[in-house]
Design a protein around this ligand. Sequence first.
Ligand code: BEZ
Length: 212
Amino acid sequence: MSLRLGDVAPDFTQDSTEGPIHFHEWLGNDWAVLFSHPADFTPVCTTELGEAARLKPEFQKRGVKIIGLSVDPLEKHVQWAGDIGETQGTALNFPLLADADRSVSTLYDLIHPNADSTATVRSVFVIDGNKKVRLVLTYPASTGRNFTELLRTIDSLQLTDRFKVATPVNWKHGEDVIITPAVSDEEAKLRFPEGWTTVKPYLRLVKAPELV
Ligand code: BEZ
């Protein structure tokens, strides 16, 4: 069955380019991005892994670990990591799960037989510090993902977990946010003493609170 938002990300033990991963132990209390890619030695995946490696410091700043997966065996991952370092200007700096027995792919519903009966789809799961699934995205094999969008979504999730706000269309870190409708104007005066702009009674914009 497919995973839904709010579900606990299933635990597993699987080989990776950084040794066996006991997933929940590896997560600890951190957030994580777990993403699958269709196959090693493919062009789109090569660029995605390069970008994820380049952005690792940005994920780390937010307390987020990164981990990739495909059903290719470990030897292939290791050989391909060499190509990533050679072509992407950065070494692979996070674990890639070698899910040759498809155990993780089955747990996370990563093989969609009507798209491809053998390769994993291009899925992403954002998992929070309580091991709950907070975002699920699935892209077709021919479309590379936007890893900046993952950072943007994590910024939104971490901000809206902490304050009674939501983030509007195309929001980016630092831009104004929306006071959630459940907050009355009376409560908003206490939470946002510097004031806000009322566009409609249900659409109130406020300077984003600082996540310290
Ligand atoms: C790729 O990663 O380049 C790719 C993988 C499967 C199908 C098409 C492209």
